[in-house]
Design a protein around this ligand. Structure first.
Ligand SMILES: [Zn+2]
Ligand SMILES: [Zn+2]
Ligand SMILES: [Zn+2]
Length: 456
């Protein structure tokens, strides 16, 4: 297989890629109009220029193009939030990345990019190292923005944050980490705020911290300087000489003096004045914006591979999936290592050990009732991330993607509690954990699942 790679450069640089599997075509970096009329066979773009403004224009043109928005795009000499990070070091490396990309493209069933979430899912699916992340900008009202989403949608940042929240709730995206948090004006949503101390009484900004003394004899409080007379301290009001702190006088904790209303207070009051609309905000009433980095979640992956969620795959993650889907999911997890060392993927088999015995000792109806009660309580325990599969009336498999030792221990403990709660008709439950690391072929995964169901 030969991949067509567009190398966008000026004549000053020379690229070292060359291989039988690569067909390189050159584009002049100065001719941005060429981005309007690109060769349809292109699989990847490499921008090689030291002119940052030109490089940026090309990146925007490619990522903003309906045909090429999800293609591999590398940038030499600079880093750019919209390009693929792992710039290939050699021809072999480039070929490897192209192969990975085209394999993932072959698995992709989602082709419509008119909906923002479909476009985002395709983009993220085609290269696992991609994510949706934020950038700082003084030109944006909230101080941060999502460059990719801004390129693909006109909605304002508040609308995008709400959209991202919805994508997470629907299981398409998941938060990877919190990048930053801003507070913005309750009137106009701008994050360009001036935090300033004011007088709590009259809101004047003309305040200062003064060192004051408090005379115990007459109760007079005033600036320290007014007490100083010929190297001694005496009260300007009652003229008593003050010798010992704690006995004759002390320093009051109220030492914020307002030059407008002469009020003395313990604390000043912080206000947030908006640079954009001049609203004077109470700092406790500002909007809080959390900016996260996002990745695909299980429903997004399912949608990428199935093309739609009303296909044979479950929309509601609380419904059992088919054995084939479970095999596909496990395979996918095995090929998706977790970034965090304390996280891993596990498959858990839950079996009712005394199922046959229950059927013999109780009526079938009663046994079913017991199991369904158990399953209902189990469903509450299980999160939306845990796809499960009913293998038989008494055996279920649960996938635990991106989980931790702590979360699993907690789950197992709660499971035992549920089983023990059924006092009169105790269910005997066995829980077996399987580590998902060993790579298997697609068909092999299905037979492995069949094998582990039969194991006691
Ligand atoms: Zn005042
Ligand atoms: Zn006094
Ligand atoms: Zn404002």
């Amino acid at each position: 297989m030969t991949f067509t790679v567009a190398v966008i450069s000026d004549n000053t640089t020379k690229l070292q890629y060359s291989d039988d599997g690569l067909q390189l075509i050159s584009l002049d970096v100065n001719d941005i109009s060429a981005s309007q009329n690109l060769n349809r066979d292109i699989s990847a773009f490499i921008i090689d220029t030291k002119n940052a403004a030109l490089a940026h224009s090309w990146v925007i043109a490619i990522r903003g193009d309906a045909e090429y928005f999800s293609h591999l795009l590398y940038l030499h000499h600079f880093s750019h939030i919209l390009t693929d990070v792992n710039v290939p070091k050699s021809s072999a490396d480039l070929l490897q990345q192209l192969n990975d990309w085209s394999q993932r493209k072959a698995q992709l069933r989602l082709s419509d990019s008119s909906q923002l979430n479909h476009q985002v899912i395709q983009y993220l699916w085609l290269n696992k190292s991609r994510c949706i992340t934020v950038k700082k900008s003084l030109k944006k009202e909230k101080g941060f923005y999502y460059p990719l989403l801004d390129l693909w949608s006109d909605v304002d940042t508040a609308g995008k944050l709400a959209w991202l929240g919805k994508q997470c709730n629907a299981g398409f995206l998941q938060k990877v980490k919190l990048i930053n948090r801003t507070r913005s004006c309750k009137q106009c949503d701008s994050a360009m705020l001036n935090f300033i101390d004011t007088c709590p009484s009259c809101k004047s900004i003309d305040i200062l911290t003064e060192q004051a003394l408090h005379c115990f004899t007459c109760g007079h409080i005033a600036k320290e300087q007014t007490f100083q007379r010929d190297n001694r301290i005496s009260c300007p009001n009652c003229l008593t000489q003050l010798r010992h702190i704690g006995t004759d006088y002390d320093r009051p904790i109220e030492n914020i003096r307002c030059n407008s209303c002469n009020n003395l207070s313990i604390n000043s009051e912080a206000r947030a004045q908006c640079f954009s609309c001049e609203e004077d905000n109470d700092i406790d009433r500002l909007f809080i914006n959390n900016f996260y980095q996002y990745q695909l979640a299980i429903n997004g992956l399912t949608l990428a591979q199935s093309g739609s969620l009303d296909a044979p795959l479950p929309v509601d993650l609380r419904e059992s999936v088919s054995k084939e889907h479970m095999a596909w999911l496990l395979n996918w997890l095995i090929h998706t290592p977790t970034a965090d060392e304390t996280q891993f993927h596990r498959l858990i088999k839950i079996r009712i050990v005394n199922y046959q015995q229950l059927l013999q000792e109780k009526s079938e109806l009663l046994a079913e009732q017991l199991l369904s009660d158990f399953r209902q309580r189990l469903a509450i325990l299980i999160g939306d991330q845990n796809t499960f599969c009913d293998m038989a009336s008494d055996v279920w498999l649960y996938a635990f993607p991106f989980t931790s030792e702590l979360a699993l221990d907690e789950f197992k403990q709660q499971l035992l509690n549920i089983a023990e709660d059924a006092v009169d008709n105790a269910l005997e439950i066995s829980v077996v954990e399987y580590d998902l690391v060993e790579k298997k072929e697609e068909g092999e995964m299905l037979s492995w699942i069949n094998r582990i169901i039969e194991q006691q």
